[in-house]
Design a protein around this ligand. Sequence first.
Ligand code: ADP
Ligand code: MG
Length: 563
Amino acid sequence: MSHTETHAFQTEVNQLLKLMIHALYSNKEIFLRELVSNASDALDKLRFEAVSNDALNEGESELAITVTFDKEVRTINISDNGIGMTRDEVIANIGTIANSGTKKFLENLSGDQAKDSNLIGQFGVGFYSSFIVADEVTLETRKAGDDKAEGTRWISKGEGEFTLETIDKEVKGTSITLHMKEDMDEFLDQFRLKNIISTYSDHINFPIKMVKTEWDEEAKEEKATDELEQVNKATALWTQPKSEITDEEYKNFYQTISHDFNEPLAHVHNRVEGTLEYTSLLYIPKQAPFDLYDRDRRYGLKLYVKRVFIMDDAEHLMPAYLRFVRGVIDSADLPLNVSREILQSNKVVDKIRSASVKRVLGELEKVAKDEDQTRYQGFWEQFGNVLKEGLVEDFANKEKIAKLLRFATTHSGDAQQNVSLQDYIERMGEEQEAIYYIIADTHAAAKGSPHLEMFRKKGIEVLLLSDRIDEWLVSHLDEFEGKKLKSITAADLKELAEEDEQELSEEDKQAREALTEKVKKAIEGSVSDVRITHRLTDSPACVVTAEGDISSHMARMMEQMGQ
Ligand code: ADP
Ligand code: MG
């Protein structure tokens, strides 16, 4: 009959497990959130596939999650009648790290526990979180539509290996039994489990059921009955009226969909009715994920069609420069069988996206106007460089995005980027025509540039740019509210030169010419011209670029890239 096969975990899995057990010890109850969320995903998938293939329902009408526990044998069970897994899928999904994001995550670990637990919080720890509380996990599963004899049992103690066995499984879907560690008694308790479910999983779109208990007068304690009762609200949070949702509920929902332990910075929740009908619930996180700049990373929103989950990471619903936004879009106008390809060129999607972008930018504007500047400043530090991409990517919202930019300037001189272009314009003198900036590799280099001398002397504020993307940024932002942006290293700054064209004696003129000739000779081939300048007050010389030339910073960047 069925024989048992032993497999070794990938080494990365072992590494992840060890780390997680330590790092998440103080958040151990999240195991239930993760398992319930997997069960809910499995039900979502079944419901979606059954739309075109009713046989997958196997005659069952209600999709649900059941959570039970047994104090005597110290187990907790989480079951769903969702899509289930084949044996090959079990091997691929559980016990290996197929996901490139997970690999990157592991590469990012520093060994510093505080830092790593923060990282792990941003990363969906998922199924493996069961080993924080359990010393043995048994997973039994059968793919919907498959033969009842083709179930799979997976067992592991989370230490290097797992076993696989083929079993009979009557109901489709997945059942997970955790054998709890000695010191995890607190979870073998109706009240505690119910509480965790209502904290993290109230809004899960399917009923979560537990055994109903009743007060037993004789024994003076709660006793289990034979009945199951639903313990969550099971109404998708975004479908509720705003006035009925508490801040706590918004926060918990964010944490569930983002796997982030932090609270979100802000959220926008809208129901749109009329020619288009959809609901959006969008969150701006406080903290950037470790892989924000990873090009392979999937990003985007969860897409639902009339409450039916369609896909994660629907990247067409948000432009790349807002890839940090998390949330849900639930549309009534898209077909249930919508694919990524369809989303790519769909009028409904385009409209939803452009409205969503406006909402997010509007919300950021609000945060930026807050009396308390720390929130926006925090946002800028985490996501400023990503938002800058929007200036190039999103022509329609250029003006809005430009208002959200923050810079370090000579006004305070410190490295914190907290000056908006509007602040700059308000401070500038009447005769000043342009917004001046300097770009260098580091803030210190920008701040120490001899080009600034003249500006300091005249009391003109200069933006100190030193982020990699800044060169690109200014090449796409040539003006703001009618004021041109100008580099102070460009040669042609006539308006500032005010060359005091006093009469020079013939002697002086000749001396100057002789000097420039000499310098020109000495550095021939490195520069195209040498000129006398009035720009400098303390430094003897500086390099400028001619109008139309690439800047010296860009030239250095291209050199670094081997061009
Ligand atoms: P994630 O949910 O982020 O993909 P998990 O570690 O939580 O990561 O789960 C890994 C994978 O295992 C899931 O993507 C899914 O394919 C599979 N899986 C986990 N739990 C279930 C379940 N209850 N039913 C079906 N598949 C599951
Ligand atoms: Mg999961």
